[in-house]
Design a protein around this ligand. Sequence first.
Ligand code: NAD
Length: 301
Amino acid sequence: MSQLSIGFIGLGTMGEPMATRLAQAGLNLTVFDLNEATVDRLVALGAKRADSPASVASQAEIVFASLPTPDVVQKVALGDQGVSSGSKVRIFVDLSTTGPRTAKLVAESLEKNDIVAVDCPVSGGAAGAAKGTLALMASCPKAIYDEVKPILDNLGKLIFCGEAPGLGQTMKLVNNLVSLTALAVSSEALVMGVKAGLDPQIMLDVFNAGSGRNSATADKLPRAVLPRTFDFGFTTGLSLKDTRLCLDEAEAMGVPMPVGSAVRQVLNMTRAAYGDNADFTRIVCLFEQWAGVEVPTRPKP
Ligand code: NAD
């Protein structure tokens, strides 16, 4: 596998640990990011530095991207000095969360340059990216899936969602809506229980032994809220982007999502209070303000 040349664009919270795992697996890797410091760390692991997405795509047959928003993905894939002007690339794998419409647009545009697009968003956070325990949901032609699978297996559990472009993105958007809804409702329940006199750790112990268990009670609240570090590793701005993409898609399909709409407003209020870059676990602070209590600090598990 080390002979195959691969590229990685976007070395942020998720991209850096994913690219690090690929470099450590001995893959022949070329990288690009606007942030030189993160590129330097990959170069120290043996990766080659490129000065544009096009340059990555002229050195690599398969190019991966982990970028913040649909606009940035479109610019990096299709814009001036984008992946589409590379001379070597055959496959573009987008690991970002961009929504099905962007995935379809990118796939149709890249097809004109004989590049096959794979939409393969990921779930599992920065910790999952570092440990190689992400959930990866891919849609693309099956033969291409079989080709990229041995590389993506380095990053976690890969699940094939179908051949149509955007199915992986739709899966990711509904997964995140479920996860964000669990965080929002678990946060408001935690604050109500604390105000009533319950110990927050006892509450989590009961949730996790009982029917209230979810990814917030099992992981986000004990790791980032009870220690009051608010450092789970996903921003309010990106959470809001995912929710907006999901609800916009649902609205276009004529599917009402009243619960998701409430979660979107909670995230809007979290952003208004704490800013785009605040960790999304700050949601709990909104409920604390309204209830007039603070969840007492407990050590990290
Ligand atoms: P991030 O903001 O930490 O990283 C994005 C990286 O892209 C940064 O290093 C930035 O410098 C780089 N970048 C921005 N514009 C660029 C450009 N034009 N050319 C090259 N590089 C550019 O974001 P993240 O948290 O790593 O998320 C990346 C994607 O993964 C997003 O789509 C996000 O929704 C998704 N995601 C994030 C998480 C998470 O827990 N953080 C989990 C699952 C999925």
